[in-house]
Design a protein. Structure first.
Length: 236
């Protein structure tokens, strides 16, 4: 029993490193994103998913439709997979949100947002776990943050077990595909939810989030003159 997690194809926001966490914003794939779906459809055909699960955002639904082609497979929308609510940073450069995030911490809601980054990750993990109820193999089309968190967990559980969850995760490219067996989905979501629960309790006990040196260093690379725009992280 297998789940395939896929980051959606590119939009003009993701190409420009702007954030979009509002599913009512009309943000379709850009021309390059549509071409990438058409050229990558053969890989998906080889997987032969029985059902597709997408977030409520237009870019995940469009990615699914283009990749499945004429197969007419069922598509289920799961809002728990939605992108982070960025509040007042909606449509703005990722760097603006990133500076606020380091100062306020990942458990604070951005002004005008209904959730924090950590709450959004917890929600996304629950959305991924809900895929286990669907026929296998299943294709989950979601956003970059979820795929980045899973990749971080896989790498650190092998190379640096016990490492604290960062604020910023290495960005995965559009159409990044992750294969996960059902037992691993159950195990990794349970583990990551425990990590988040422990971090939330520690933050509350300490009276708030304390900025960590690694977060400051990562933020500095976003604003550094030698860093190209495409090297910054944006999961939109």
């Amino acid at each position: 029993m297998t789940t395939y997690l896929l980051r959606h194809s590119s939009t003009h926001y993701s190409a420009a490193h702007r954030v979009n966490g509002d599913p009512t914003v009309d943000l379709p794939l850009d021309p390059a994103g549509r071409v990438a779906c058409r050229t990558g459809s053969g890989v998906i055909t080889a997987v032969q998913p029985k059902i597709w699960l997408t977030s409520a955002f237009a870019r995940t639904g469009e990615t699914a439709r283009l990749l499945m082609g004429d197969t007419n497979q069922p598509v289920k929308v799961e809002p728990a997979l939605n992108e982070v609510d960025y509040g007042q940073f909606e449509g703005r450069p990722f760097t603006e949100y990133a500076r606020w995030l380091v100062a306020a911490g990942p458990w604070e809601n951005p002004p005008g947002a209904a959730e924090s980054q950590r709450e959004a990750i917890r929600r996304m993990l629950a959305g991924l776990r809900s895929a286990l109820q669907l026929p296998s193999p299943r294709m989950v089309v979601a956003h970059g943050l979820l795929a980045s968190v899973l990749r971080w967990h896989r790498r650190t559980s092998r190379d640096a077990p016990g490492r604290a969850m960062p604020i910023f995760f290495d960005e995965v490219p559009c159409l990044y595909l992750v294969r996960i067996e059902d037992r691993e989905v159950a195990d990794l979501t349970a583990t990551l939810l425990e990590v988040l629960e422990a971090e939330e309790q520690e933050t509350a006990a300490a009276g708030g989030w304390s900025s960590r040196p690694e977060d400051q260093r990562t933020l500095a690379t976003f604003d550094g003159p030698s860093v190209q725009l495409e090297e910054t992280n944006s999961h939109a």
